[in-house]
Write a protein that binds this ligand. Structure first.
Ligand SMILES: [Zn+2]
Ligand SMILES: [Zn+2]
Length: 82
């Protein structure tokens, strides 16, 4: 965790439009979680908390591999594709 450069995380955040990008359907949300998040809550617990996670473990830490994910989804696990 936390191996993405700040610029990558900012780009991922802009792409996410401030919402959880998780597409893991076993979590029980729709095709995409879309939970509203808050920028200043990165790596923090509480309302709007989120983390930048790797889509594929071991892959390059670039934008394509960086996913904005709410704490809830992170706790539920990555499952297939995460
Ligand atoms: Zn989520
Ligand atoms: Zn999820």
């Amino acid at each position: 965790m936390e191996k993405f450069k700040p610029g990558i995380v900012i780009s991922a955040w802009n792409r996410s439009q401030g919402r959880c990008e998780c597409t893991n359907t076993i979590h029980g949300h729709g095709p995409r979680c879309n939970k509203p998040l808050m920028w200043h809550m990165q790596n923090r617990e509480g309302e709007g908390g989120w983390v930048a996670v790797e889509r594929n473990w071991g892959a390059a830490p670039n934008l394509a591999n960086c996913v904005v994910m709410c704490n809830e989804c992170k706790r539920k696990g990555r499952g297939v594709g995460f």
